[in-house]
Structures are given as structure tokens and as C-alpha cells.
Design a protein around this ligand. Structure first.
Ligand code: 2YH
Length: 296
């Protein structure tokens, strides 16, 4: 069996390699393959585990109710533009974003044209919000306000933090161990701190943790990941490192919000966490992006 110190070394290695090369998780076709057909089931599971649906979580992320969003924006049309630059189109990506948005109750379409032609088509067809992604960015732009650009990273962080707030019965005065101080971790820290949580952040690059601390005052830095892990009941995994949370570190009351792709839990840990884990490839992030794009 892999020892704790070996695991620690593997973790440090993985994260240094990933971060050092400027790596950012790029979704693969297999990550999005079953999203559309699983949406209803996924929403039921969210209601059971978190207490709210996808729309309820996204509304909580921006401090609104679902009703407020629907009353103001039910007629909104959303366009998703396939983007070919860099590594190109991911089969099923645009279609999955469309299905998630439709599932939330809005009209959505994928443009027939790609790239610039898609942008022209989206505007011509009256889209109010436009979603598009290349290899480094995934944004939602509200073209009717002309100024709202929502990045997927921070919105995802907020969405998953809102879900953890709901699942845990409220983060006020609670301690959360946040793994990863990138854009997702920063969005999560801002939400959790704003909701009264005591946030402890670990990042293999200390400088990133220090920057997050400057952006979100009150956050404290943790220097030893595996020493800290068993001390916390609430975990937020915003790293792209696989299998870093093994079953020896989870308790029967541990709750994990894990937007990182791939999932940071070991296979052995998954069955134990089935009802206390929040994780998907795209759904909460897209819902949080859309509601945030509509909120301004
Ligand atoms: O998966 C990604 C990015 N790594 C997202 C980064 C978010 N912080 N992009 C998807 C690329 C989609 C492709 N260009 C398409 O099908 O349009």
C-alpha cells in the first residue's frame, strides 16, 4: 500500500508538474458524454444530498432566489459558440452547455457557425448571453449589459462553495480546508469567507496561497497538506490533482465539495463519500456562470 509520505510526494509531484507547465484542465469528450442524459437524475441527487437543485445552488451563489432570476430573465436566449482555436472543438461540449442551460429553464442554442461567424449568428438571432470557451478560458458574456464577463473558474468556485454551504447546513463559524489557490479556489474562498467560514488554504505553491490571502482577507495558510487533512470535516478540493484524498483521511461526517477535474478522491474513498460529495464536470459551473451573467 502507498504510504502517507509517498502519497505526499506523488501529490507534490503531480501538482508541480501541472502548475509548473501552466496546465489548466481541458475537458475531454468522455467528461461530457453523459451530461445531457443524466441531468434529471443529477438534479435529484443534488436535491437529496445538498437540499437544493442546480438552479437553487446557482441562485444561492449570487445571493438571489430562483424566483427572482426567473421573473426577470425567463425570456432570455443564450447562445453557445463552438471555438476551433488551440486544441479545437470538444465533441459534446457546446451541446452539453446548451442542455444544462435548457434544463435550468432558459432558451439556448448552439450556433451553426463556429468562431467569429458564430458570434455574428448569435447576435443576429437575438441571444442575450453568449457562452464560449477556448483551451484557457471559458466565459459567459451578457451582451445586453455590455459589460458582464464571467470567467468559469471563479463562478465555479462560488457555485461549489454555495453547494457546500447548503449541504453543511451553513458555513458560518465553520472551518473549511481549501485545497488549491487558483481562480476556482479564490472564488470559493470569497464566497465562504463572505458567509462567515474560517477558511484555511493549502497550495503547493506557497505564493499562490499568499496571493489568495491578500485577495480574501482572513484566510489562513496551511503548510502541511497531509497533517492538515484529517483535522477538517469540510473540504474544498479546487486542485487538478487526482487521488490525493484517500479513505484514511475521511471521517463519517466529512463533506467534500470538489470541482477539480479529475476528481481528487481515490477509488477506495468514493463509496464512503457517495452522499457527502459534490462533483461534476460542468453542471454547477455553467449554472453559476449563467446566473452571475444575468445578475448584473
Ligand atoms: O475545457 C476547456 C478549458 N480548459 C476551460 C478553462 C476554464 N477555466 N475548454 C473547453 C474548450 C471547448 C472547445 N473550444 C469547444 O468545443 O468549443
Amino acid at each position: 500500500m502507498t504510504s502517507v509520505s509517498e502519497m505526499n510526494e506523488i501529490f507534490v509531484f503531480i501538482v508541480v508538474v501541472l502548475r509548473g507547465s501552466g496546465y489548466m484542465t481541458r475537458l475531454r469528450e468522455e467528461d461530457v458524454l453523459y451530461i445531457a442524459e443524466s441531468l434529471k437524475e443529477y438534479d435529484k441527487q443534488l436535491v437529496k444530498n445538498v437540499g437544493k437543485s442546480l438552479a437553487g445552488i446557482a441562485a444561492h451563489a449570487i445571493g438571489r432566489t430562483e424566483k427572482e432570476i426567473y421573473d426577470l430573465h425567463h425570456a432570455t436566449s443564450v447562445a453557445i459558440i463552438p471555438v476551433t482555436c488551440g486544441e479545437g472543438i470538444i465533441n459534446g461540449f457546446s451541446g452539453s452547455v446548451q442542455k444544462i442551460i435548457e434544463h435550468l429553464g432558459f432558451t439556448a442554442f448552439v450556433t451553426g457557425h463556429k468562431d467569429v461567424g458564430g458570434l455574428a449568428e448569435a447576435v443576429k438571432k437575438g441571444a442575450k448571453v453568449i457562452f464560449l470557451a477556448d483551451d484557457d478560458h471559458f466565459v459567459a458574456i451578457n451582451i445586453s449589459t455590455g459589460r458582464v464577463v464571467v470567467d468559469n473558474g471563479e463562478a465555479t468556485g462560488k457555485g461549489y462553495a454555495a453547494a457546500l454551504d447548503l449541504m453543511s447546513g451553513g458555513l458560518r463559524e465553520r472551518e473549511v480546508l481549501l485545497l488549491g489557490a487558483g481562480p476556482v479556489g479564490t472564488g470559493a474562498a470569497a464566497f465562504m469567507s463572505g458567509h462567515g467560514a474560517r477558511v484555511f488554504v493549502y497550495d503547493v505553491e506557497l505564493e499562490k496561497a499568499e496571493n489568495l490571502k491578500k485577495t480574501v482577507p482572513g484566510v489562513q495558510i496551511v503548510r502541511d497538506f497531509y497533517e492538515a487533512l484529517p483535522e477538517y470535516k469540510l473540504l474544498f478540493d479546487a486542485t487538478p490533482a487526482p487521488e490525493i484524498i484517500v479513505k484514511e483521511y475521511v471521517r463519517e461526517d466529512t463533506m467534500i465539495s470538489a470541482p477539480g477535474i479529475p476528481l481528487g478522491l481515490s477509488q477506495g474513498c468514493l463509496p464512503l463519500m457517495a452522499d457527502r460529495l459534490i462533483h461534476d464536470a460542468l453542471e454547477i459551473g455553467v449554472a453559476a456562470m449563467l446566473f452571475e451573467a444575468l445578475s448584473n
